[in-house]
Design a protein around this ligand. Sequence first.
Ligand code: ADP
Ligand code: ADP
Length: 232
Amino acid sequence: HGHVQFKDVRFSYPSRTDVAVLKGISIDVAAGRKIALVGQSGAGKSTIVQLLMRYYQVGSGQITVDGRDLSNFNITELRRNIAVVPQEVMLFGGTILENIQYGKPGATEAEVREAARKANALDFIESFPEGLQTVVGERGVKLSGGQRQRIAIARAILKNPAILILDEATSSLDAESERLVQEALDELMQNRTTIIIAHRLATIRKVDRIYVMREGQVAEQGTHDELAAYED
Ligand code: ADP
Ligand code: ADP
């Protein structure tokens, strides 16, 4: 499961009802597929993510997951099945173990360690004397943006959601880390997780379909090869 459909979705933020932010978006992601939403800042990528998380309701049109209207989902049930890794990851002021465990309450330390390994986070975690027990945040170790992203990715991997959304989530990673994260994602895909990647740049390669967003619309869509001529 994890089939996501946007059907002619239109949307304005409640604070700016005069501005059409999404102007008829149609997207169809079959369960277990990986797609990318690319386009310049302000194109509407994050808005799509926020609608899928049901932070806001669509103006018109419909969003369905597995054929079921999003508004029919229990919000807890919905968010249990969707994991989002944002661009700017905030961790809470506990241990790294607790921060990753948050993805799956009650997960064992071995499970946490495995998720951290897949997210390419284990090396830097183990470089701290206290390893997974290292406290982060104001009272603990200050982590870089890239390190926090890898912890958030480990949390998402542990959660094993039906749908995983990466909102500019690898933007702080170097090319090698990004490659390793992609490998982790491919592992997740085998578990039939639907993956939606929102990114400013069309650098994403291993996705099934790319949607090029421009000013609240899907300007172009296709496979990476079909869109090879596209320049941001
Ligand atoms: P992207 O993720 O592609 O950078 P966004 O979805 O964040 O684009 O933004 C799309 C448009 O919606 C932009 O014009 C932005 O200024 C506007 N916008 C985003 N968030 C809000 C908000 N909370 N209230 C009003 N307008 C917003
Ligand atoms: P970057 O590596 O992206 O430049 P910074 O390390 O400068 O990121 O931190 C960006 C923001 O995240 C700052 O407001 C900082 O206080 C906060 N931050 C840094 N480390 C942590 C942490 N471990 N937990 C929560 N917030 C953090």
